[in-house]
Design a protein around this ligand. Sequence first.
Ligand code: BGC
Length: 397
Amino acid sequence: MIKVSTNYSWIAAACLLAACGNSASSDKSAVDSTATKAPATASVLPDANLFKDSLDGKPTALYILRNKNNAAVAITNYGARVVSLLVPDKNGVMTDIAVGYDSIGKYIHQPESYFGAIVGRYGNRIAKGRFSLNGKEYKLATNNGPNSLHGGLKGFAAHVWDAKQLNDSTLELTYLSKDQEEGYPGNLQAKVTYTLSGDTVNSLKIDYEATTDKPTVVNLTNHTYFNLNGQGSGTINNHLLQFNADRYTPVDSTLIPTGKIEPVAGTPFDFRQPTAIGARVDSPNQQLKFGKGYDHNFVLNASKGAGLNLAATVLGDQSGIFMEVWTMEPGIQFYGGNFMSGSNPLKGGKRDDHRTAFCLETQHYPDSPNEPSFPSTVLQPGKQYKTSTVYTFSVKK
Ligand code: BGC
């Protein structure tokens, strides 16, 4: 069971969302006439044989988790990544809502390398690839202009993890990130467990754990690119998005937070009511210019207790698939697929066209190691990093 920790304005907003359903006539929803129809036929899982390979002396494979409702998730141990996620749409048609490739070779060689992956040791950016800990400066590999992004040149997404399928619906993956890998201090033993449940609602839970033998920083997240109308089915601009976030962290031109935490009220970052993703994405706003659209961390409203807090909801305008994101993390990075350009061949002969998927990366804020006022990402030896995120999937007709 998910422990609900929320506030009244969020409940009011959730009720409003339930009431408005997937009405395409909502003021803010009809923004993109290029929207295509949800797939009429059921999606299928990728061929597991196309994921059998070997990299850095370790075997790669595809693991399938199912629940009693026949929802399924395909995960490869290359980057501990979600390859496919099949859930029913409003007509009961199984729909693959996770963007991905159909073979391990494409994950290794195609330019977009984060589809579905666990990113680490530090999800998102660290300014100029530098931070200090206990008076010592650490220099990281930079791979995104002047900054370090998603763990550096070869982050956790590009390593083969050790996988153990515990039962039909649970997969455990572990990875040892060695001291000084990409410049980070300490041997970090990371464990990620995916569990697909279906008791009250179809849900995918991700449990993250890590320990270290030297003080270090850690910020793990999952980088699934979602399209709730089906991967590769067209724009996400008509999806209705809601955040349980009154504030966000504005960025500079290299997408590093300025250190300020600002209210979303009166800006295109106000998603406190369900709003079409594309309704304001091209408005003349300096922050949207820096991000080329949405590429920002939202500061989640404080949870009233430990445990999972409802962070976001998204409704697929064509499919009626309704996703909730619950997390223990203080922030969520909303990336609207601004850098997608149709250059990557997706499963089923589809393409990753501009803004045809979104990511909701539950996390600590970007560049926290250089911002003492942000919640800390430091992990000490003898302590355990432990956090969870759950995505639930239902439908609204
Ligand atoms: C970043 C984007 C980046 C994307 C890569 C997001 O988390 O914030 O700037 O392009 O990941 O897939």
